[in-house]
Write a protein that binds this ligand. Structure first.
Ligand SMILES: Cc1cc2nc3c(=O)[nH]c(=O)nc-3n(C[C@H](O)[C@H](O)[C@H](O)COP(=O)(O)OP(=O)(O)OC[C@H]3O[C@@H](n4cnc5c(N)ncnc54)[C@H](O)[C@@H]3O)c2cc1C
Length: 594
């Protein structure tokens, strides 16, 4: 056991949020900032070695080793939780940049009501038709508070798109259902592929409003406000689950590390696994971590920031015995409460078979046509059977050789093997597309939460996080609705493009139960939720822990429920908010910032 010299700030986790916090503190102050990252060092040079689909997609090269740490899962408190021993519903990263290295690059803002969902639902539904056990909360910030930080985050990573609502003026080239933007996107939208054009035409035929998803894969070469220059995307299609070999996809190694590498007051330590926040009398005194040699090490610090992603943030707080753990029996406690993911997923669904090749191998992670006509309350208005929905569409992510090509739809030949099947696959090669699932809002419920598992432990002997999580009728209806609109869109695209529609039955992953084994999204949120009431949230609206004012818990763990889109831009926006609170307020007057 060794104790190191004190530093000003120690940050647990070197992904998007941890390194953004480090950048802000190291460049705007003279504080000495140390980031502890449990995984290996990564840089763009590693990605230049090649994009091997077997390594990255089938063998999860960039993900955390689940033999070291995983979660346990059960559907209800009546079940015994068991460890998730294979990669399943989410794929957390490790090493410099965390999941931010192998993310896909969609850079969405949340919808304005997401931040005040409890008030919104109360006002709109007046207690009627509310799902049982609903536990949604207002974030304590409003759209107007978040908007300037969204602008900063978009400029930081270089988002391309078209504003659908620029200062109240609607533009059908963008998402007309989004919240009002104060500025246009920093970059223009990406190019479209032939398949995307067909999807846009099919959606317009239905009177819907398709738009190009906001993307952090650069649509032009770009220099951000910190002077970091990156090259434009080449549409090679190796984005999701890969680090970008030219840095065109925003990732912490290409956006934040170039700045941090210049800072003498910054240090990034790898293979440094934080196990506890040390604290005395309501003040954090540092962290206990295992160093690269497996030695227990104490790093004293004046400010501690947890930035390990949703599950590790919750777990580090629980292991450190900071805050009141949620107890579903009594309804007391806040830590671990309001854990959400994202919903609206389906399996199967129709395939659209075109006459000509589509060049599907060209693409980019965030290159997609999206439809938000049913987002916010609009599906609820149409169906009257559930509250909140999301966006869906077609992703031109780049069809890589093994998993990417949608060759002959199953059922095309009598057997899914043999020479007939091989022939059908050659005929269908590069001509088949499908419509992707919905990213819908996952409401928080009293029965979904995280706590420490009483049985299973990680590589250091610390209890794993146990998720008690299941879907309700509300999530099933979201998926059923997704199937309905996807079916409609697929038919319209096929009719319009004179392509063949191959109907295939829809399913819901897990038959409507939460399936830990089925990829959902890595959009885990909540567990250390923010709010204005210390008795009902873990951190305040500046992501400062209510009980330990020199402890900050950043990232999507602070979101009281999931929004209808991908969360990272929102996680970056609240990290800016937290950094401002430290620099502009806490350092001048330590204690809870008002
Ligand atoms: C395949 C995939 C695609 C995705 N696509 C999108 C997308 O298109 N758009 C979007 O918005 N989001 C997407 N996401 C989600 C996105 O990656 C995350 O929202 C984002 O990376 C979260 O940032 P973070 O800093 O909270 O966590 P991360 O970026 O994951 O960083 C957390 C870091 O903390 C480290 N850490 C954890 N525990 C400890 C500990 N105890 N001690 C030391 N270090 C620790 C981890 O190793 C990791 O490096 C995707 C995720 C995946 C896996």
């Amino acid at each position: 056991m060794k104790t190191l010299k004190p530093v000003d700030v120690v940050i647990a986790g070197g992904g998007w949020t941890g390194l953004l916090m480090a950048q802000e503190l190291a460049t705007r102050t003279s504080l000495r900032v140390v980031v502890l990252e449990r995984g290996p060092s990564r840089s763009i040079l590693d990605y230049m070695a090649g994009m091997d689909e077997v390594d990255h997609v089938l063998r999860y090269k960039m993900m955390q080793n689940i033999a070291d740490e995983t979660i346990t899962h059960r559907h209800t408190t009546k079940n015994r939780a068991v460890p998730v021993r294979q990669y399943g519903s989410f794929l957390p990263g490790t090493g410099t940049g965390g999941s931010g290295e192998h993310w896909t690059g969609y850079a969405y803002r949340y919808m304005p009501e997401t931040f005040r969902l409890a008030s919104h639902i109360r006002e709109r539904y007046d207690g009627a038709r509310l799902p049982e056990n609903l536990d949604v909360r207002d974030w304590g910030v409003e759209w107007e508070d978040m908007e300037p930080d969204y602008v900063r985050a978009e400029k930081l990573i270089g988002v391309g798109g078209v504003a659908g609502n620029l200062r109240g003026e609607l533009n059908r080239e963008g998402n007309v259902f989004e919240g009002e933007r104060s500025e246009e996107f920093p970059l223009p939208p990406p190019k479209t592929t032939r398949a995307m054009d067909a999807v846009i035409a099919g959606a317009r035929e239905l009177g819907w409003n398709p738009y190009l998803a906001p993307t952090a894969t650069l649509t032009q070469s770009y220099t951000n406000p910190n002077g970091v220059t990156r090259l434009a995307c080449e549409y090679c299609g190796y984005c999701s689950k890969y680090g970008c070999m030219i840095g065109a996809k925003a990732q912490p190694t290409s956006v934040l590390m170039p700045v941090l590498d210049q800072q003498e007051n910054f240090e990034l330590r790898h293979h440094a696994w934080v196990r506890r926040v040390l604290h005395e009398e309501g003040q954090a005194t540092g962290v206990l971590y295992m160093d690269e040699n497996g030695e227990e090490t104490t790093q004293p610090a004046s400010i501690v920031v947890l930035a390990g992603f949703t599950v590790p943030n919750m777990r580090m707080l629980m292991l450190s015995e900071i805050g009141a753990a949620y107890d579903p029996e009594t309804g007391r406690g806040t830590l671990g409460r309001r854990f959400t993911q994202q919903t609206g997923k389906h399996t199967g669904g129709p395939r659209i078979v075109f006459d000509e090749p589509l060049n599907l191998f060209m693409g980019a992670g965030g290159l997609a046509v999206k439809i938000s006509d049913f987002d916010r309350d609009r599906a609820s208005e149409e169906t009257g059977t559930f509250l909140r929905s999301g966006n869906f569409g077609y992703s031109a992510g780049g069809a890589t050789p093994i998993r990417g090509f949608h060759a002959a739809p199953s059922g095309t030949t009598e057997r899914d093997w043999g020479s007939e099947w091989k022939k059908a696959n050659l005929e269908h090669y590069d001509r088949v597309i499908s419509i992707g699932g919905m990213d819908a809002e996952h409401l928080s419920y009293l029965h979904n939460y995280g706590d420490l598992d009483p049985t299973y432990t990680d590589r250091w002997g610390d209890p794993l996080l146990r998720l008690t999580l299941d879907f309700t009728e509300h999530e099933v209806r979201q998926s059923q609705f997704t199937a309905k609109v996807i079916g409609k869109l697929a038919k319209s695209i096929a009719d319009n493009a004179k392509a063949k529609l191959v109907e295939r039955p829809f399913g819901i992953p897990g038959n409507g139960r939460y399936a830990a084994s089925h990829y959902q999204t890595t959009h885990l949120q909540g567990g250390a939720a923010m709010g204005v009431d210390a008795g009902d949230s873990v951190v305040n609206t500046h992501l400062q822990h209510w009980d330990v004012p020199n402890l900050w818990v950043v990232g999507a763990s602070a979101f009281p429920q999931a929004g209808s889109t991908n969360p990272t831009l929102s996680a970056l926006a609240v990290t800016y908010r937290a950094a401002d609170a430290i620099v502009d307020r806490y350092l001048k007057r330590p204690g809870l910032v008002g």
